[in-house]
Design a protein around this ligand. Sequence first.
Ligand code: PAF
Length: 282
Amino acid sequence: MTDSIIRSVADLREIVAGWRQEGKRVGLVPTMGAIHAGHLSLVSIAAKNCDKVIASVFVNPTQFGENEDLDAYPVDEAKDVRNLTDAGTDLVFCPGKEEIYPNGFSTVISVSGLTAGLCGPFRPGHFDGVATVVSKLLLQCLPDIAVFGEKDYQQLLVIRQLVSDLNIPVEIVGAPIIREDDGLAMSSRNRYLSPDERRVAPEFNRVLTDVAALIKAKPDECQNICRNAREELLELGFASVDYVSVCDIETLELLKTYRHPARVFGAAYLGASRLIDNLPVD
Ligand code: PAF
């Protein structure tokens, strides 16, 4: 299709080694495809900081739970590669499942602590799947930097932790959430929303923004304010709410009394789509 696609770890290593010999700085943007403006903002950050940008496109089966949307996950490799290269990606790494998880693959990277709350209990095994595939991608590519969006804020911290714990020589760069004009955080899963659900979806960000304002005014009321926010989301038509929580931005400790610096986190179902979002209190 295009010579900017490669599929094997051997090719990836050879190309990156060539770039390194030329003294180039290399940035990696790991994705699961279904590329949208949020991903392209990560490419642009990598391009600003590096001479060469690699994006990976791999729908990682190990981070999906049994009842999750792996089979329905949108796949359009040609379109993804076009969008990524148009945005300045030099090389797109599209490994097959066997390249990442060959027969007999038996290793799991599991980060404790940070995964105990928020999405952790609602998506058992998810962060092990993420930590394992991201460790592999970082070690396969050995980039100078790797860029991840703050929309998956818990994931970003998990990745920072594993990189520090495993001494992987890479700088992890967090990128701000890219939102639609009405405030909805961009996500590959937004395309599952029906027109009615899409109309309601921006309320999620609005409710979390209200939580941030309210807890600043009443720092001791975190739990009540979050409980009221969950009820409001249900009244607005959300099918269920996994959590609305205020947490420390580094440890993700759940805060009953607000203290700086904290973020508001939420996860809720609108129809069959699970939305997540978060924002700083200040
Ligand atoms: O954020 C994602 O798209 C995925 O979790 C990642 C980091 C590419 C790992 O599969």
